[in-house]
Design a protein around this ligand. Sequence first.
Ligand SMILES: Cc1cc2nc3c(=O)[nH]c(=O)nc-3n(C[C@H](O)[C@H](O)[C@H](O)COP(=O)(O)OP(=O)(O)OC[C@H]3O[C@@H](n4cnc5c(N)ncnc54)[C@H](O)[C@@H]3O)c2cc1C
Ligand SMILES: *[C@@H]1O[C@H](CO)[C@@H](O)[C@H](O)[C@H]1NC(C)=O
Ligand SMILES: *[C@@H]1O[C@H](CO)[C@@H](O)[C@H](O)[C@H]1NC(C)=O
Ligand SMILES: *[C@@H]1O[C@H](CO)[C@@H](O)[C@H](O)[C@H]1NC(C)=O
Ligand SMILES: *[C@@H]1O[C@H](CO)[C@@H](O)[C@H](O)[C@H]1NC(C)=O
Ligand SMILES: *[C@@H]1O[C@H](CO)[C@@H](O)[C@H](O)[C@H]1NC(C)=O
Length: 542
Amino acid sequence: MVRLASFTFVVLPLAALGYEQHQEPFSALPDAKTPSKSIAIVGAGSGGLAILKTIFDLPEDVRDGWEVVLYEQRRDVGGVWLPDPPGPLPRPPKLPESPLYPLLHTNTPHPTMTYPGFTYPPFTPLFPSHEYVQQYHADYAEHYNLTEYLRFHHKILAANWVGDSVGGKWDLEIEVQQPHGPPPPRISRRSFDHLIVANGHNHYPHVPHWDGTEGWLANTPPDTPKREIVHSIYYRDPARYANRTIVIVGAGASGRDAALQVGQTARVAYQSLTPTNEPTPGAKVVPKPRIAYFTNASVVFEDGTSLDDVDSLILGTGYHFHIPFLSPPHSSVLSVDPHTTFNSTSAPSLITNLRYIFPTHKHIFSLAPGIPPTALAFVGLPVLVANCPSDIAQSLLIAHALANSSVLPNHAQMLQELVEREDKLRAAGLDPYYVGHRLVAESESDQDYQDGVVQYLKDVGAIPEDGKKFVEPWRRLGRGKARLLARAWQRAVQLGVDREWLEGAQTEEEWADVMERLVEWQEAYEEEHGIPEFEDQSVWYL
Ligand SMILES: Cc1cc2nc3c(=O)[nH]c(=O)nc-3n(C[C@H](O)[C@H](O)[C@H](O)COP(=O)(O)OP(=O)(O)OC[C@H]3O[C@@H](n4cnc5c(N)ncnc54)[C@H](O)[C@@H]3O)c2cc1C
Ligand SMILES: *[C@@H]1O[C@H](CO)[C@@H](O)[C@H](O)[C@H]1NC(C)=O
Ligand SMILES: *[C@@H]1O[C@H](CO)[C@@H](O)[C@H](O)[C@H]1NC(C)=O
Ligand SMILES: *[C@@H]1O[C@H](CO)[C@@H](O)[C@H](O)[C@H]1NC(C)=O
Ligand SMILES: *[C@@H]1O[C@H](CO)[C@@H](O)[C@H](O)[C@H]1NC(C)=O
Ligand SMILES: *[C@@H]1O[C@H](CO)[C@@H](O)[C@H](O)[C@H]1NC(C)=O
């Protein structure tokens, strides 16, 4: 293994912090040739694996001499689908490594969650438990020979851009945990030309503020469990809530699952909803409006009702868009301001208001002044999407723009496109800085977004026009009918015919066929039994 002279190694007095200095070995290139381009990827979830694979799909002569390294702080691939390590769950303010809970199953059929061309194994249940999804990511990494580029137990602490809007380098500070050894971790530093961030957005809990919580928490009545307010990122086991009175806040994917599971075990479970939320179908919960405030004795709701026997609140209130290694005090690339008055054209840097990272081109490239767009890209920012295919669409644009930055429009054009998106959202009565990366606009569904990104590459001649849409029709069907399919699958399981339905399904077309037939089977059943048509809304995660 050879060290490349072109990489700067900055010595800082880290010994004072109890860190050991360490220099990263450069293993991705076979000889001492200086790489023509060095690329750091952060995160080995769906997004990070997608960009890694897509870069290696570029023609060999195009990526000749590129060095690619993927840093992942955890022990394996899979991101949110990789369970907690053994040992006790961290307690606030420490965060768990993942929001995953043992009973987690997908809420979308797995054929719609795949990377194009790589299916789940035969007989995978249509709505699999989380183990299948983690294994799928591990199989993908293995199958496409990505493993040698992965650096586990490497956490990016800081990423700073040393340069200007035309060129420069990323200076990365990396904490390397010894997998089996004791602390302290080592710190290493390396520089890269490009940084691709796929750090996920289900890691930093959003905890709303209500007046009176401190007094309520401090006044647990005698002979009852200690009162608590916990975000769903800490939710693991419904048995813990046996005999307790619970309020679940929210009706996104986390709130829904908590309602379904805790509703079964709690003495009473309430679900606090906004006026537009629907109560979780099938959950044993009593609907309540939004919480207004707390008193020492009770939880008070917006309709003036109150509850004085609540033991625990589970907050399915979502997550923040937050990238600590790009933000103060570690870096000045991404400022954090929930109340920012800057907009996409006036922002002096990238900004997150915790719902939206702006300005970016197509939710992918930074349009911040002072950094070239191809120097900093994000994979996986969009919300309400099927991640793996969306990650591949985004990765195609990134890989081609890395190969040839002229593939992208110029900075002013990209900014104009962003302003137009924001205007369209406003015209639809939505606040773009609140909607953020949620693909909710009529003109911007998950699949339209993916098709648009890939069509752009065809239009500029970066990839051949094949007359096809990127998103196959069966993916649209499977997402659009996800809830109907869930009811079909549940019925098949109850009747003990679930394996029969999966018999022979192996290729994408065969899985698509299973979904189509299940939809027909269930629609006929629901019509025959006069079951009212459910609104099959787009699927909401979190
Ligand atoms: C509970 C839950 C249920 C879900 N269910 C579904 C579903 O049924 N269907 C569906 O389509 N989607 C679902 N989703 C959406 C899910 O987020 C996506 O499917 C997808 O897995 C996200 O992948 P990602 O790579 O973007 O992020 P993540 O999976 O979060 O991966 C990010 C990775 O980056 C690493 N990382 C972060 N910071 C650093 C750092 N500083 N240094 C090094 N590494 C770092 C993390 O350790 C992590 O491994 C669900 C999400 C959650 C939370
Ligand atoms: C992975 O590497 C093996 C061994 O070098 C090779 O045979 C195989 O074709 C590679 N797989 C892919 C998908 O490139
Ligand atoms: C609420 O409880 C706190 C102690 O936890 C106490 O100091 C305060 O006076 C109480 N408030 C009321 C209105 O009873
Ligand atoms: C719940 O309460 C009932 C009745 O008070 C009691 O019999 C039971 O053991 C309790 N269960 C748990 C898990 O505490
Ligand atoms: C952004 O803010 C600037 C300065 O406040 C203002 O002039 C401009 O019109 C705003 N742009 C948009 C698209 O709202
Ligand atoms: C780079 O992209 C531009 C714009 O699409 C194109 O005109 C040019 O030929 C490309 N260069 C190479 C080397 O492919």
